[in-house]
Design a protein around this ligand. Structure first.
Ligand code: NAD
Length: 311
């Protein structure tokens, strides 16, 4: 079925995901608080709306790609939000790809399921809500090679696959509502620790007289190899097309990594799990943000934490 897709949150990730949906032939309607990005989409001939509710009126599916839980709650339940005034909802699916805490994902799912009905062929049906956060950099968002981790109804997951595969190369069903969000914060805690581990090791290597480039070559054919060494290396000039080679601009902001580590710490506390490395990574990213690097890509830990160069 040809579908009108609403897209809310056209930042580093969302703008690229929206472009891939357009390329795949979906008809998009978009919204963001940033008028510059709306203007950009408008110039491409994509209809723009002033509120999430107006997007939902025009859409069969609404996708959100927002920074934090507070933004997602606002877009869903705030004034002129998707669930504005308890009115009937046109979309059959609300899909949130933001990285937020599992509790909020579950709560929003319950709100959607309990509250709103839509009419289809004379029948009243509930719209589906999926949490579908993604793994992959801005480059992966652009190339359409993201990985989706999906929580919610399995029926909805299967129905959403054509959309997901227009933006990603894999989509993994994780279980009920909130389990996609849970999987994502676990992925990012492992990523933060690996990025800091690689940065710490490369900084030590340099101090001991082994260049970062030699050490990276070694890691990439040895047991330390990981995404942070071979696909997103934090050392400026070692790889092309990654944030470290562009003054750590673009990419995945340190403040978003700090946010995800906060989510992981909160979840670990609730679950009664130990989290010593998460806690240390949280401290480092909080510090990077507090000294002014909150908008830089999270790989900037190499320069601004380990190399101690602070301009
Ligand atoms: P971003 O800050 O670049 O983009 C967020 C966009 O949302 C901005 O354009 C902003 O104006 C808009 N926005 C904020 N509040 C809004 C509201 N109330 N209504 C409408 N629009 C609003 O963030 P991003 O890097 O694109 O990340 C989005 C989400 O994806 C985050 O949860 C992040 O953790 C996650 N993520 C990011 C990456 C990455 O590499 N950047 C990778 C995977 C997951």
């Amino acid at each position: 079925s040809a579908q009108n897709v609403g897209f809310i949150g056209l930042g580093n990730m969302g703008s690229r995901m929206a472009n891939n949906l357009i390329k795949a032939g979906f008809r998009l309607t978009v919204h963001d608080l940033n008028s510059d990005v709306l203007e950009m989409f408008s110039q491409m001939g994509v209809p723009t709306k002033k509120t999430p509710y107006e997007v939902s009126e025009a859409s069969d599916v609404v996708i959100t790609m927002l920074p934090t839980s507070a933004h997602v709650i606002d877009v869903y339940t705030g004034p002129n939000g998707l669930l504005h005034g308890g009115k009937l909802l046109r979309p059959w699916l609300l899909l949130d790809s933001s990285t937020i805490d599992p509790q909020t994902s579950r709560n929003l799912s319950a709100t959607v399921t309990n509250y709103i009905l839509r009419e289809k062929k004379g029948e009243w049906e509930k719209p589906f809500k999926l949490d579908a956060p993604v793994s992959g950099s801005v480059t992966a968002a652009e190339a359409g090679t993201l990985t989706f981790m999906v929580g919610g109804s399995e029926e909805a997951f299967l129905a959403a696959k054509p959309l997901l595969f227009s933006m990603g190369k894999s989509a993994i069903y994780c279980g009920g509502a909130g389990s996609g969000s849970a999987a994502k914060i676990c992925n990012n805690l492992a990523l933060a620790v690996s990025m800091l581990g690689i940065s710490e090791a490369l900084a030590l290597g340099q101090s001991l007289g082994v260049s970062a480039s030699t050490l990276t070559n070694i890691f990439n054919c040895s047991s330390a190899r990981c995404w942070s060494s071979d696909a997103y290396n934090p050392v400026p000039g070692l790889m092309e097309g990654v944030p470290s080679s562009g003054d750590y601009n673009g990419g995945f902001a340190s403040k978003l990594m700090a946010k995800d580590l906060n989510l992981a710490v909160e979840s670990a506390k609730l679950a009664g799990c130990k989290y010593p490395l998460t806690s240390q990574a949280q401290k480092i990213y909080t510090e990077l943000c507090s000294v002014g690097h909150e908008a830089k890509d999270f790989s900037c830990a190499f320069r601004h934490y380990y190399s101690g160069i602070d301009e």
